[in-house]
Design a protein around this ligand. Sequence first.
Ligand code: NAD
Ligand code: GLY
Length: 374
Amino acid sequence: MSKILTVPVALGKRSYDIITGAGLLERAGTIIAPLLSAARTVIVTDKTVHQLHGDILSKALDAAQIDHSFIILPPGESQKSFTGLNHVLDGFFKAGLSRKDVVIAFGGGVIGDLTGFAASIFKRGCGFIQIPTTLLAQVDSSVGGKTAINNAYGKNLIGAFYQPRLVLADIDVLKTLPPRELKAGYAEIVKYGLLGDSAFFNWLDDYGADVLSLNTDITAKAIATSCQTKAHIVAQDEYETGRRALLNLGHTFAHALELEAGYDGDLLHGEAVSIGMIMAFEFSAQQGFCPQSDIDQLKAHMTKLHMPRPGDIAQLFKHPDTLLGHMEQDKKNESSNLTLILARKIGDAFVETRADKQAVCNYLISTAKRLGHA
Ligand code: NAD
Ligand code: GLY
């Protein structure tokens, strides 16, 4: 019997647990029942997740006599839009939900972000539970209450901080996840080692391949350790006035690359984060903050596990000034300066609110040259 691990998120009256392990979906009804004000719920999911895992969840809710229906969206980032939001809210109204009801987000980060935002505004706020089904969602997006949709001005620009009542992360559902999606999630796991826990990074260096091959207890440990770090940071700085920004290690570079790639699946968010973290370390070294040996260690780890690296997307570096322009639009920037998460070493990241734009530009130009652009 594999272990079930519980990580508390301490936020006073809005505290909740993250439960992870194998076989949890089959028990979802009995776990969720005490959190519902009435024995009914609506599940928001996408077509892929519904086809693969909808039956198991449905049976589990039936077994606990929880009346339920599904709102099934097409998969993909495009659902994080006003159209997607309307679809979900209409479904809540059609189901006759009240603000005391608790809905379920059953899917990856797209479903979690969209459902959480819909819950935050439905009749001024109903409850919601996260059942994340991608590795990225299990270690990052389902935890901490950031909910959002996208618009023409960019990603995640319309949203709310709105905490779930529970996160139920069943490792078994990851067995159907394509390897590319698994690696995208693994990048966010590496992030927790890099930003504040070198011992965890070293553990990943030994066990990363087992995490990716879904060795149950090892993957559960990686998920729980990641969630513990995130929960700790969120408890200290729920609304990102300071320390929570550390969770964006590599993300400013990543968002620029994602924007350059377009959001049509050519570059997944986690793939961009994998590359962005390497860039954040390279830039930190160029600025004299971080020793070269730490970058070498990070690159060796990423190479060993065949994780995405800058050379894999060389064509996106063709226009360094465009990338810099994208970075200037980042939400974290407070004035004309760039805010970047940089590193002193593996396990010690910090928020730099006055990163020198010219230095960033020079770094992007030198990277472009290194990757074959004249
Ligand atoms: P996603 O939700 O698009 O899921 C990726 C793909 O995997 C989809 O096609 C989905 O249908 C499929 N899928 C999901 N579970 C599956 C399973 N078990 N088996 C097979 N296929 C499955 O993408 P994602 O990577 O989970 O999330 C990305 C989103 O998360 C982005 O919108 C990003 O902005 C957001 N995000 C939010 C936060 C936050 O703090 N709120 C943090 C990181 C990322
Ligand atoms: N994914 C970054 C955060 O939750 O703050």
